[in-house]
Design a protein around this ligand. Structure first.
Ligand code: ADP
Ligand code: CIR
Length: 555
């Protein structure tokens, strides 16, 4: 009987010690599951030193479920581009204070309530599933009642032989075991909590995602989105959100869901999306950029010797004009869908002021889209100098909000050097001219980029290169193109595309992407921009066009 008494005592002791361990509550005092404050900057590192803070894309302090400003969520209908009022001529922005080197975004840490506070911490099974009725236990969580109890009672000698020291050790081991189990349960709860923090996507967003995914899956879309958004990837990503701007999978894919004729179909609403939604971005990037793997690193910027390239069409028979552009994002600002109207205006002011300091052949004027006469705007578009308006792919991606606020174009007098402000990317830096003198066009572009980079810090990532809204533009962001007439080759469009693809070239229509050729004029450019240097991206176009012209001549 002593043994039975001791057993009861030991179990009681265990209970007390466990009760002490739990501190009278069902959840541990520590460590609680902390939802870390939103990082001060997007986790994508930039190699440039963080300059003094000026611009803050500061999300309002918010609980987990509250979205930070600016409201740009996928659940909101995209705001259609507003036509610019056809009134006053485009005024030139007054020069204001010189643009400060930008700003790694200094964000106020988001005060997020721990999800763990709302979560019951699961208790060890031995406490919840056995011995709940206050009877004695065998130490393995098996209650000693009924037949078991009788069997023990019938074998007093056996029980009397139990060494009390051993029993104490056993109880200590048991306590240790339970404590370990409890610690383990805390760890599991923390992991569950961490997972739960990912699952705060609105029900409305989830419903749209499910509906859009089903339609895309049933469609004959040729987009890279459809190719790589498998059910597994979809299910894995649909509850995720970027930490700072709370962008969801819907923000990433809605353009491709709405436009089944997309070639690609996704955009990064913010830089963090490239990491959070990497399961989708990585294979699309690899496919588009000719094998840039998720383990690859984009090489350091290298414009090379600008004197290398000559005229791609010295006899002036095929090439109508040549253009090289690159895209840049200003440090401290997110991409289009996350920008506020105030930020658009602020950026426009900075761009205009910065560019007003350019000299020589780069000297020009900034023309805001706001207030630009419709006829002037249309003429600039028709002459291939200005971006078009109402691009449905960008609109669906929520990239045209507050249009035309903050949008504009800078150009020199003869329109051989231009900068687009806040169309698809914060900046598009462009050099173009009639004819095929790629060397001259590239030399001007490189000079301009170097000048602008002295004044404005741009977002760059060690792995992805220069950061852009569309994954097709990452890396060098270089698109070197010619407007070219190759009537024999183009008599069979499929054949033209096949030959172009052989040289890593992309064929577009006369007015750019998603347009048709007019008068037999095609826009042919390097397709990939990642995993090679700027120089090599341009060389790819130079070599490829040289081959296409040879082929055209031979037909
Ligand atoms: P992006 O170059 O920014 O990727 P688009 O394909 O929309 O964008 O082209 C933008 C504009 O540039 C369009 O008006 C297009 O006609 C023009 N463009 C592209 N390449 C050339 C070129 N070699 N010569 C003249 N205009 C060009
Ligand atoms: C699309 O998916 O067709 C559009 N979102 C544009 C993608 C960019 N296209 C490209 O080939 N560079």
């Amino acid at each position: 009987m002593f043994a039975l008494w001791y057993l009861t005592f030991a179990v009681d002791e265990i209970r007390k010690r466990l009760a002490w361990l739990f501190g009278g509550t069902k959840k541990p005092v520590a460590p609680a599951i902390e939802n870390k404050p939103a990082p001060a900057v997007a986790p994508v590192p930039t190699p440039k030193p963080a300059p003094p803070a000026v611009v803050k894309p500061t999300p309002a302090p918010a609980p987990v479920v509250t979205k930070p400003e600016p409201p740009k969520k996928a659940s909101e209908p995209p705001k259609p581009a507003q036509p610019a009022p056809a009134t006053t001529p485009a005024p030139v922005q007054p020069a204001a204070a010189p643009v400060q080197p930008t700003p790694a975004p200094v964000t106020t840490p988001v005060a997020v309530k721990s999800a763990a506070d709302k979560m019951p911490i699961p208790l060890p099974k031995s406490l919840t599933e056995s011995n709940g009725n206050g009877t004695a236990s065998n130490g393995n969580g098996v209650a000693l009642d009924g037949l078991d109890q009788k069997l023990y009672d019938a074998q007093p000698n056996k029980l009397m032989k139990v060494d009390t020291e051993q029993l104490k050790d056993a109880s200590n081991d048991f306590i240790k075991g339970e404590a370990n189990a409890f610690v383990q349960s805390i760890k599991e709860a923390q992991q569950a909590g961490a997972r739960k923090q990912d699952t705060m996507v609105d029900a409305a967003v989830l419903a749209k995602l499910e509906e859009g995914y089903a339609k895309l899956a049933a469609s004959d879309s040729k987009s890279l989105l459809k190719k790589y958004l498998t059910k597994e990837v979809f299910d894995n990503l649909k509850n995720k959100m970027t930490p700072t701007f709370k962008s969801t999978l819907l923000d990433v894919i809605q353009s491709g869901l709405e436009n089944h004729d997309s070639g690609v179909g996704i955009y990064a609403p913010d830089a963090e999306s490239y990491t959070v939604f990497a399961d989708l971005f990585d294979p699309i990037i690899e496919d588009y950029h000719g094998g840039f793997k998720k383990t690859d690193k984009h090489p350091a910027s290298q414009f090379g010797d600008v004197a290398t390239f000559g005229n791609v069409d010295p006899t002036n028979e095929y090439v109508i004009s040549t253009r090289v552009r690159c895209g840049r994002s200003m440090q401290g600002y997110p991409f289009n869908p996350c920008l506020t109207e105030a930020q658009y205006k602020e950026m426009e002011g900075k761009v205009s002021t910065t560019l007003s300091g350019l000299e020589g052949e780069l000297k020009g004027k900034f023309y805001p889209l706001t207030g630009m006469e419709k006829t002037v705007q249309q003429q600039l578009i028709d002459d291939h100098f200005l971006f078009k308006e109402g691009d449905r792919f960008l609109q669906a991606a929520n990239a045209c909000r507050y249009w035309p606020s903050g949008r504009g174009i800078y150009h020199n007098d003869n329109k051989t050097f231009l900068v687009w402000c806040n169309e698809e990317d914060h900046l598009r830096i462009i050099s173009m001219q009639m004819g095929g003198d790629l060397g001259e066009v590239y030399r001007r572009l490189v000079g301009a980029v170097n000048e602008i980079e002295k004044r404005v810090p741009f977002s760059h990532d060690d792995r992805l290169g220069f950061l852009t809204f569309c994954p097709t533009n990452l890396g060098t962001t270089i698109r070197a193109s010619v407007h070219i007439k190759v009537p024999k080759l183009a008599s069979n469009k499929a054949k033209l595309e096949e030959v172009a693809a052989k040289y890593n070239l992309q064929v577009r229509g006369t007015r750019g992407e998603h347009t048709e050729a007019e008068g037999g004029v095609y826009d042919i450019s390097n397709k990939r921009r990642m995993g090679l240097t700027e120089f090599d991206a341009v060389k790819e176009m130079y070599d490829g066009i040289t081959e296409l012209i040879k082929l055209e001549k031979s037909l």
